[in-house]
Design a binder for this molecule. Structure first.
Ligand code: PFF
Length: 520
């Protein structure tokens, strides 16, 4: 320990509610209100919900428990990021390199997520001034969005860039303040506000009258029916299962290393079983009940179910940034509700994006022994440079490619590695004991079996199906027009370099500070 004397005392969460709200804050995000409705609409509405619930109970919940307990264990050793935590559970020199996924993965999401988050701020501010309230068609709002993104002919990126800078600064200020003074305090204020805004919107949408007399079937009942009437025919389609599992990973912030880091600031005897369930339920509620009833229902009421599906298919953000504002223009008090909608998105976004930064901060503080100042400064620099890719290369599909690697592929891969390390390398017997240390409730025994066999098999099947169906076109960049492919390629090479550079840092950190508790 003597050599490690310079290491700082690690922070801790101040209250139990604080950590639950922080994890819920990470989970409840743009994924709940923008991604979920699009995924649900594209994958058959009610049909999507069955694989969604399967994935929730067989992937999401078990992975959350695994992450919470691995993170708490690592925290007792003074370790808060995946490279170090993995090597505490798996005594192999390879373990720490596998852990790169849990630091770089969330950063890849951050690089583009923050840009979309900044649009929500822009649209909230524009909402105050009623800037899009004069539009009356989908086309006009689409043009407005393209202009905002600097894609339209006369478009300028300046306002979007300013909102990006403000959002970026806000994120780093919170991170600089630290775990309890920054993340915890913000989450404790933001999450209740978020719930209130969500409820206001849900009540508004659920009490909508039928706006279009020519289509009496476009009403709240049928909107809800679209989400809740299972269409069993779609279940034979592997894509629906892949999409549902992907959504569960993304929305619950599992398979990312984020919960690992957050729970490393717990105390040894702090409960993880019930806290994890509470955070997951809060996220599920905000996604299915609020996210599901607001966007899909409102769109079905104003445009009918089949048009809603078409809008969802026309672009990942169109439901949120085109259809919703359009609906508000047709609604009594629309300007107020538009503001609430975009404020909700912004608050949801910022409590998620700060969580994507913390694993890297924990790595620098715990493993490289950097000061807070230096860690935050260095990370801000890297993120700032990397954020330019999705901003300037939006037209070239760079945002989509980052979303694919960070938000779809790496999460699932990391989830598999993690559950195998826990259930097989560390062992289910020890794992089960570790999970129940300080636990307020006992997990049903069936989950011993699920964590060991079902979750890894489920993820492995998803990866194999994905590999067979899509890996070729991903590698050859088939889904991008030929003129965009050089840009995509450069981005991918830079991401690879980032991984390489990070592996080197790990190598360096382990060499420089060789006395590590897990080897004693
Ligand atoms: N769960 C967040 C959302 O639903 O928007 C997004 C997210 C946060 C994804 C953190 C991944 C992550 F590591």
């Amino acid at each position: 320990m003597a050599k490690e004397g310079k290491r700082r005392v690690r922070e801790r969460w101040t209250t139990r509610l604080g950590v639950i709200l922080a994890v819920a804050g990470s989970a409840v995000g743009l994924g709940n209100f923008l991604r979920f409705p699009v995924q649900a609409a594209e994958n058959g509405g009610g049909a999507f919900m069955i694989p969604y619930f399967f994935a929730f109970f067989l992937l999401g919940i078990p992975l959350c428990w695994v992450e919470w307990s691995m993170g708490r264990y690592g925290g007792q050793l003074g370790r808060g990021s995946a490279p170090a935590i993995f090597s505490a559970f798996w005594k192999s020199p390879v373990a720490k390199y596998v852990g790169t996924l849990g630091v770089i993965g969330p950063l890849i999401i951050f690089f583009y997520y923050i840009y979309i988050e900044s649009w929500t701020l822009g649209y909230a501010v524009y909402g105050i001034f009623g800037k899009y309230m004069g539009f009356s068609t989908q086309g006009e709002l689409e043009a407005f969005l393209s202009q905002y993104q600097g894609l339209g002919e006369a478009g300028t990126l300046l306002p979007a860039y300013i909102f990006f800078l403000v959002t970026f600064a806000a994120n780093f200020i919170i991170i600089y303040l630290g775990v309890s003074r920054g993340i915890e305090r913000v989450s404790k204020v933001a999450m209740p506000i978020l719930a209130i805004l969500g409820l206001i919107l849900a009540v508004r949408v659920l009490t909508l009258a039928t706006p279009d007399m020519a289509h009496p079937d476009w009403n709240v009942n049928n909107g809800l029916g679209f989400m809740w009437n299972p269409n069993l025919r779609m279940l034979g389609n592997a894509d629906v299962w892949l999409a549902a599992a992907g959504q569960i990973f993304f929305t619950m912030s599992v398979g990312m290393g984020i919960i690992l880091t957050y729970s490393s600031y717990l105390r040894r005897k702090d409960d993880v079983v019930l806290s994890s369930l509470s955070a997951s339920s809060a996220n599920g509620f905000m996604e299915v009940i609020i996210g599901g009833s607001v966007v899909i229902t409102a769109a079905c009421v104003f445009f009918g179910a089949s048009e809603t599906v078409k809008i969802a298919e026309s672009g990942a953000v169109n439901l949120g940034f085109v259809t919703m504002p359009l609906i508000f223009t047709k609604m009594l008090g629309g300007q107020f509700f538009a503001l609430i909608w975009f404020a909700l998105l912004f608050i949801a976004g910022i409590t998620s994006s700060i969580s994507m930064l913390q694993p890297a901060i924990a790595f620098m503080e715990d493993e490289l022994r950097f000061s807070r100042h230096k860690s935050v400064g260095l990370l801000a620099l890297i993120c700032f440079v990397m954020c330019q890719f999705p901003i300037l290369g939006l037209k070239r599909g760079l945002l989509d490619d980052l979303d694919f690697w960070g938000g779809t592929f790496l999460i699932v891969l990391f989830g598999l590695v993690q559950v195998v390390i826990f259930g097989w390398v560390f062992g289910m017997g020890r794992g089960w004991k570790e999970l129940h240390t300080g636990a307020d409730i006992r997990i049903p025994r069936i989950y011993r079996f699920i964590i060991k066999f079902v979750t890894p098999t489920y993820i492995a099947i998803l990866l194999v199906v994905w590999f067979i169906q899509e890996s070729f076109s991903v590698i050859t960049m088939d889904n991008y027009p030929p003129q965009d492919r050089p840009y995509i390629l450069v981005l991918r090479l830079i991401l690879l370099a980032l991984f390489g550079g990070f592996c080197y840092l790990i190598h360096y950190a382990w060499k420089k500070y060789p006395v590590r508790e897990e080897t004693t």
